[in-house]
Design a protein around this ligand. Structure first.
Ligand code: ZN
Length: 622
């Protein structure tokens, strides 16, 4: 359904999820094994301007011992030999809290590098969340932001949240609300995230909870002393969510200007709003993160995959009512009425990336009318207070030493938060320099990859026409089977040259097998490796598109292109396959690549379990 592709939270693709979990960039793997020594978690920051989470203090000292803030004030008592940091001219802030993310793979490591020390996930994999909790409790998560999460969200069959190819439980009726909520809490949910969005704000129509179901789920959460955070798409949805007793919104709406009665309702019900202005901006068609990629204070730390995502925006549908100025006006009106505004990014949606996007969110909150100090509160003390995180969000004795040191004065210029001197997670300093070095190395490798000659034999563009009855390719390491077995799935595939190719030619490649539901996001198909071995990238930028013929049963098929800079997260295009041969040409640009580092081309079946069969022929680059 097209509408979902223009709704927030679409970054999760099936294969991305798997591959991200098995192929983290090397610098993050390295970072995960490097544990800061305990003694380095004691230090004193001298002469820093301090934003304590509520207000700015004149230059003073802050001492940290074993990861906890001990004292604030001139010349606090510290042991002889304690590490001193001269922060004259700099500002020390509480570590930032991003109150709306979708967190998996290396997101928490990325977040920390940019000063985000806590992420509040608003739909994530409970198994991943449990691993993070375990590491955090064991004091082993020092190189990554801390996490709180909703785990699986509450939605209905075919509602928002079900479109990512990952089977999730769905709510059947209001009568099931309490048991549904209890199952989420048993999985570890810190709060309950509810989808109440019929897609109409984006010009579409999808199923969502009824008002009765919404109220029942909220009651179910409150019965267990859990907060109910509601994803809405429209002002009408926001009104229903808060009237039904929802604690707050996971997004601000942008389909209408804010109405006075809505503001009054928020006041009366003590509702809060996680303003995800950066993704609101992307939903309205502008790549919100583009200015971050070109900011010299941030760019040395932004890897290519994050940069590519920051440059993306949603394509609004013709009937979409989204208008970013409404989102800014709504935040302004609610804030002026005293409604708590929390900073959230909704990373990694198009136009965002973990960590870095909080700096754009702060800037947009200031555009909306908050003062820089108020914007900083929304990413620190207000978020902590709202979510009951009493050990963080402020700089005060006895709290976690989650700290961010920046050059200059963000009270005067909010973008000063981007000029990061240091980040500490419970007193352990984040290793920003190794990330900077890895990003630099990646950029150099890309630059040199773009100058490499195309692989020998690729000049004509032909990969295979299967005319000689073999799967031979004109270049590269050839065709091979690729299935979810690499992720402990049980799907199978077989490649076979068969007679009766496209355009009356002799042969074609038949790909058949079985999709199993043993793995959440199954796949099976044929992978072409253009390099000398599987996953070796080659420069195919002299070509602009991939062309092929395809026929088969009516199941869903996809073409995926893997690139090195894509971090093994393939970009994919759905294929419409019928019993008749069909000619298809897809430009590289549809896969977000210029072709300079392609390391795999995968024709794959997926979707529901069962047998599949399709054939391809005359596969070439143009
Ligand atoms: Zn979201």
């Amino acid at each position: 359904m097209r509408v979902v592709s223009s709704m927030p939270f679409r970054g999760l693709t099936a294969v991305a999820l798997i591959t991200a979990s098995i192929a983290l960039p090397a610098h993050f793997l390295h970072a995960q094994t490097a544990r800061p020594a305990a003694e380095s978690r004691t230090f004193v920051v001298r002469h820093a301007r301090v934003f304590d989470g509520e207000k700015f203090l004149p230059a003073t000292d802050v001492s940290v011992e074993n990861g906890m803030i001990m004292a604030i004030g001139n010349n606090p008592k510290v042991a002889a030999g304690t590490k001193e940091i001269d922060a004259t001219g700099d500002t020390l802030l509480p570590g930032l809290i991003d109150s709306h993310t979708h967190t998996w793979a290396n997101a928490l490591q990325q977040a920390l590098i940019f000063g985000v020390t806590t992420e509040l996930a608003m739909f994530s994999d409970p198994k991943f969340d449990a691993q993070v909790r375990k590491r955090e409790a064991a004091g082993q998560n020092l190189d990554a932001a801390d996490l709180r999460s909703s785990g699986t969200l509450v939605t209905v069959a075919k509602g928002h949240g079900t479109e990512y190819g990952i089977p999730i439980p769905v709510l059947a009726s209001a009568a099931d609300a309490q048991s549904f909520v209890d199952a989420r809490i048993a999985e570890g949910s810190d709060y309950i995230k509810i989808i109440y969005d019929d897609g109409s704000a984006y010009g579409g129509s999808i199923p969502t909870l009824t008002k009765d179901e919404l109220a029942a789920v909220i009651t179910g959460a409150h019965n267990r002393k859990k907060m109910a955070v509601v994803h809405i798409g429209s002002q009408d949805g926001a009104r229903d969510a808060i009237a039904a007793g929802g604690d707050g919104l996971a997004h601000i709406f942008e389909d209408e200007p804010p109405a006075p009665d809505l503001v009054a309702l928020f006041k009366q019900q003590h509702g809060f709003v996680i303003a995800t202005l950066t993704v609101n901006e992307s939903v309205s068609g502008k790549a919100s993160g583009e200015s971050l990629v070109t900011d010299p204070r941030l760019s040395p730390y932004i890897d290519e995959q994050a940069a590519a995502n920051l440059r993306k925006a949603f394509s609004p549908r013709p009937k979409s009512k989204t208008n970013f100025s409404h989102a800014l006006a709504a935040v302004r009106a609610l804030h002026a009425a005293g409604v708590p505004i929390l900073a959230g990014t909704d990373a990694p949606n198009p136009g965002t990336a973990h960590g870095v996007s909080i700096h754009r969110e702060l800037e947009l909150l200031v555009h909306a009318g908050l003062t820089p100090t108020e914007a900083l509160r929304s990413a620190t003390s207000v978020a902590a207070r709202t979510f009951g995180l009493n050990d963080r969000g402020r700089i005060a004795p006895g709290l976690r030493a989650d700290l961010l040191l920046v050059k200059g004065d963000p009270a005067l210029d909010i973008t000063a938060t981007r000029e990061i001197v240091a980040v500490w997670k419970t007193g352990a300093e984040a290793d920003r320099s190794s990330v900077r070095a890895a990003v630099e190395k990646e950029k150099q490798e890309t630059a040199s990859a773009k100058t490499l000659p195309a692989p020998r034999g690729s000049e004509s563009g032909l990969i295979s026409d299967f005319e000689d009855g073999t799967t031979t390719t004109k270049f590269g390491a050839g065709w091979s089977v690729s299935t979810d077995a690499m992720a402990n799935g049980k799907s199978t595939a077989e490649l076979k040259c068969v007679a009766g190719g496209a355009e009356g030619s002799k042969g074609a490649l038949q790909i058949s097998g079985t999709i199993s539901d043993a793995f959440a996001v199954p796949w099976a198909g044929a992978l072409f490796s253009p390099g000398s071995a599987p996953m070796v990238p080659v420069n195919l930028s002299s070509k602009k598109a991939i062309h092929f013929w395809i026929r088969g049963d009516g199941r869903p098929y996809r073409l995926m292109i893997f690139t090195k800079s894509g971090g093994y997260n393939p970009a994919s295009q759905n294929l419409t396959v019928t019993a008749e041969w069909k000619e298809i040409t897809i430009p590289f640009s549809a896969f977000d690549t210029d072709g300079h580092d392609i390391n795999g081309v995968l024709f794959a079946a997926g979707g529901s379990p069962g047998a599949f069969q399709f054939a391809i022929d005359n596969v070439r680059l143009e």
